[in-house]
Design a protein around this ligand. Structure first.
Ligand code: AMP
Length: 323
């Protein structure tokens, strides 16, 4: 059984950035998440692809040990998304979102996967997210991502999902949209009252702010050259974060919100660092190229660089070493 079950999109993206353009490349929230998280623990993906999805693209995930038994191949087109980035890469305009087979997708979770202790509800229809949650044995930790498309279009369903999760990982524009507050501290307070035990607000090149019950902290982003395509940074961040939390896990209630436990600040700090590091690889290539090029040694080195930048005592990441 995998330590993490992740539901999200497996997609073909078309992106334009000041550094180039790519058409219909392998992407999607579950793709980025699982490639990043699989550096820490075994991951299984629940998603749908169309009959146009290339076997070689599934092989990319399988070659990293991602369990694809929950990926259904349905008649129809794979989810497609197209976007264009601003000159400074800080803003993007979605040009099109084509749900394809996700419009009809009804996930069914195999018996063994229902016991995965960590659940990641990637950016996808909030009803689908909650459907997956409801099929599970209560997981130790449920993390969730969403975006403007669902905040604006499916708010009532999203509110029901927010009520059942422990960790919400969104960017600052999404936090403002979700809360209706322009001040980030007010936005965080309001969002924490909607259900999540901790909120991580991604601020792109300006790092991530973490809000929990009784703590707030900030983790800077790595300052890097060679950034060409920010797509998937958020999902890779979530993959590093949840993967690292799952690998650090030990018996006991430390990283559990709903059952009276709490999300431990020290573990969260290391894990947000791991998320930051995984995202830093993603943005240095188009699609999944940058992430695929990251070795365990390179990940460890960047975690050390981040620790020095942030003034932390470096700690070893709980990476899997079998690759
Ligand atoms: P990120 O850059 O981390 O926010 O994630 C970008 C990925 O999310 C892309 O690879 C898209 O295929 C995927 N994506 C974009 N919009 C949606 C959506 N509405 N639902 C699910 N996945 C999406």
């Amino acid at each position: 059984m995998s330590r993490i079950l992740a539901v999200g999109s497996v997609a073909y993206d078309s992106v334009e950035t000041p550094f180039g353009a790519r058409k219909e490349i392998l992407a999607g929230s579950a793709t980025y998440f699982s490639l990043a998280a699989s550096h820490f623990v075994p991951v299984a993906v629940v998603a749908a692809v169309g009959d146009d999805f290339k076997a070689s693209d599934l092989d990319v995930l399988a070659s990293r040990g991602v369990d694809l038994s929950g990926v259904q191949r349905l008649a129809g087109r794979t989810f497609r998304w197209a976007a264009r980035y601003s000159d400074d890469l800080n803003d993007r305009t979605t040009l099109s979102t084509e749900l394809g087979v996700f419009a009809e997708f009804k996930p069914s979770i195999a018996a063994a996967q229902r016991q995965s202790p960590y659940l990641f509800l990637g950016n996808i229809d909030p009803d689908l997210q909650r459907g997956v949650f409801e099929e599970m044995e209560p997981p130790r930790l449920v993390a969730c991502d969403t975006m403007n498309f669902w905040i604006e279009g499916r708010r009532a369903a999203l509110d029901l999902t927010l009520a059942v999760i422990d960790l919400l990982v969104i960017n600052d524009a999404e936090a403002r949209l979700l809360s209706g507050e322009s001040n980030l501290a007010s936005a965080a307070r309001k969002i924490l009252s909607m259900g999540p035990k901790a909120l991580i607000v991604k601020r792109g090149e300006y790092g991530a702010a973490v809000f929990g019950s009784g703590f707030v902290f900030f983790v800077p982003a790595l300052i890097l050259e060679g950034v060409v395509d920010p797509t998937g940074a958020g999902d890779s961040f979530a993959g590093g974060l949840v993967g690292c939390l799952a690998a650090l896990d030990r018996p006991g209630p430390e990283i559990r919100g709903k059952d009276g436990g709490w999300i431990e600040e020290a573990a969260l700090r290391t894990a947000v660092g791991a998320g930051t590091v995984m995202a830093s690889f993603t943005v240095q290539g188009f699609g999944v190229e940058g992430l695929l090029a990251a070795s365990a040694e390179a990940i460890e080195k960047r975690q050390g660089d981040l620790a020095r930048m942030a003034g932390w005592t470096p700690t070893r990441l709980p990476l899997r070493r079998q690759r």
